[in-house]
Design a protein around this ligand. Structure first.
Ligand code: IMP
Ligand code: MG
Length: 228
């Protein structure tokens, strides 16, 4: 009896704390204002939650039609693709398995190019499989094209790629994704899996973050965190 009372009091306190925290997060959603950015840093919503869901539903139909009911191995490039992957696979009706590849780019203070690191520890055997490779955004294209080369080494039966966003005029490779949901202008964007310094991935929409709003101390000379 005593235990139940104590447990219940603790639970009530925890749920009150949670409710308080949730309201805080909720307020920052609606103001598009981040406590970690400078005071005048304002995010602009570029693609709303409902537009994203409509885009993913359209993509799901295209992929479903192309696959003709064959099982599909969906491989997400971590970490930016996880929200996209979670929503897209729930639109697919064929048998689906999921794999992951981690891609991270690092940029030092004095270097101009970013070095790409791939980790295929969570990539299942792709030999003979129909593979759909997903990334959050196709920017220079270096990441997706490198992961395509990596997956091809495993001899899949066929390999298709899909990205949520494609930035206009930024590409440095000849490779093009088979599917992209939205074409966007050259802005730094966050939300729906995309991050700046590992934040904002949980926003349900895509918002722009202007370069002058990004605190320079987190960019210069540090791990280029927002590129993974
Ligand atoms: P790419 O290799 O230049 O095509 O860049 C691909 C990776 O860079 C993506 O998987 C993202 O993680 C990251 N990236 C590129 N542009 C943005 C952006 O505007 N916001 C957040 N991440 C980005
Ligand atoms: Mg990424």
């Amino acid at each position: 009896m005593q235990l139940t009372k104590t447990g219940s009091a603790v639970w009530q306190r925890r749920s009150r704390d949670f409710a308080r925290r949730f309201r805080k997060v909720d307020r920052s959603f609606h103001n598009f204002h981040s406590p970690t950015l400078t005071d005048d840093a304002i995010m602009q919503v570029l693609i709303s939650e409902s537009e994203i869901h409509a885009g993913i539903a359209r993509l799901g139909k295209r992929i479903h039609a192309a696959a003709q009911g064959q099982p599909l191995l969906v491989v997400g490039i971590m970490t930016g693709s996880v929200v996209f992957l979670a929503d897209l696979i729930r639109r697919l009706e064929m048998p689906v398995r999921v794999g992951l590849v981690q891609a991270s780019s690092y940029r030092g203070a004095t270097t101009t190019g970013a070095e790409l690191h791939l980790n295929a520890a969570w990539l299942p055997d792709v030999a003979g499989q129909d593979v759909l490779l997903l990334d959050d955004i196709f920017d220079t294209g270096r990441t997706l094209s490198a992961v395509v080369d990596l997956v091809k080494q495993g001899n899949p039966r066929c390999l298709q790629t899909a990205v949520l966003l494609r930035k206009t005029g930024r590409q440095q490779v000849t490779y093009e994704p088979d599917h992209s949901c939205f074409e966007i202008p050259d802005h730094f964007v966050v939300g729906y899996g995309l991050d700046y310094n590992d934040e904002y991935r949980h926003l349900p929409y895509i918002a722009t973050l202007e370069p002058h709003d990004l605190p320079s101390r987190t960019v210069e000379g540090k791990r280029y965190d927002f590129r993974n």
